[in-house]
Design a binder for this molecule. Structure first.
Ligand code: P6P
Length: 331
């Protein structure tokens, strides 16, 4: 018998105090938007949906047509939910807020609507990343948004690849679902996923290595020289969600250290690093960042955000590789 995502969330709500009826209804907004997004991506070439729209987003990046579509799908599907107090998107400079009472508008959703979109036109996996925060009884909405990642009540991603896979956690393990388009539902494929204690892949953009802090170059040399007791291969897709999904399943380590161009890192804390760090830790791995060219790293989920689009160095992976990284960075 199959278990759909909606059924799974309802089962979880008995186990997780945060989850409630409104919570599963809220997540239905995310799954509906991702079904629309995957349908659009699959036929983009036939639909003239590839390419840029000729303007840049708040990140200063060329907005792809599909970035805009994905963002609008999520804003529409989630904005309709009474339990949403605010939506924070990579594509929008400011949060989209809704005039809802503290009792009704209980959640804030933070998301990267389409990560890796520069890869879409070459038919490489891309993804949607989301993080769910609880609105705080005191302070303005910003005070509820700029909170450390360990306060997330849920996190997940959808990777649009040969199949469309949703992975999520509410703090009670990591579970994955595959979209079955014949019934239009995400169907449970694996529960309580665990990242292998050690993998055989490292994943990084080595073109930046020359400007990393020396310790990261030393670490890469340690992996290459068999210092962790096994040979490593390099795997870098350049789509964060795809690189993360492989690391979750196969283990290994992903590194986006500080560089001369991005001394505070490239990846975004609120809607990339935090949700993926939550999943990595729930699956037995770990995630660090927050450092810079001359500041040590810390646990991603402990970083207090200062801005909604804040960037961070981001390293995540299996137990063994991350222990070795901590040792090298600690020297
Ligand atoms: P680089 C894609 O643009 C992205 O935001 C992530 O999906 C990916 O991990 C990273 O940037 C790739 O960055 O500098 O290696 O091209």
């Amino acid at each position: 018998m199959i278990t759909t995502f909606q059924q799974h969330i309802q089962e979880q709500q008995q186990e997780v105090s945060e989850a409630s009826g409104t919570f599963s209804y809220l997540l239905a907004g995310i799954t509906l938007a991702t079904k629309m997004i995957q349908a659009k991506i699959r036929l983009a070439a036939l639909d003239n949906a590839y390419g840029a729209i000729g303007q840049t987003n708040v990140q200063g990046e060329q907005q792809q047509k599909l970035d805009v579509y994905a963002n609008e799908a999520l804003l529409h599907c989630l904005g309709l939910k009474d339990s949403v107090a605010a939506l924070v998107s990579e594509e929008d400079e400011e949060p989209v807020t809704f005039d809802r009472s503290l009792e009704t508008g209980k959640y804030i959703i933070v998301f990267d609507p389409l990560d890796g979109s520069s890869n879409i036109d070459v038919n490489v996996n891309v993804g949607t990343i989301f993080s769910i925060l609880k609105r705080q009884p005191h302070g303005d909405l910003n005070a509820s948004i700029l909170r450390p990642g360990h306060t997330q009540v849920a996190a997940g991603y959808v990777v649009y690849g040969p199949s469309t896979v949703l992975v999520y956690t509410v703090g009670n393990g990591v579970h994955s679902f595959t979209l079955d388009n014949t019934i239009g539902a995400y169907v449970l494929t694996e529960e309580h996923m665990k990242m292998p204690d050690q993998g055989s892949y490292y994943s990084t953009n080595e073109a930046n290595a020359a400007t990393w802090p020396q310790a990261y170059r030393d670490y890469l040399e340690l992996l290459r020289s068999g210092g962790l007791g096994r040979e490593y291969s390099s795997r870098y897709i350049g789509s964060l969600v795809a690189d993360f999904h492989r690391t979750l399943l196969k283990g290994g380590v992903f590194l986006y250290p500080p560089t001369s161009k991005q001394p505070n890192g490239k990846l975004r804390l609120l809607y990339e690093a935090n949700p993926l760090a939550f999943i990595a830790e729930q699956a037995g791995g770990s995630a660090v960042g927050g450092g810079s060219v001359n500041k040590a790293c810390s646990r991603i989920l402990d970083i207090l955000p200062e801005g909604i689009h804040q960037r961070t160095p981001f390293m995540y992976g299996s137990k063994r590789e991350m222990e070795a990284l901590a040792e090298v960075l600690g020297k």
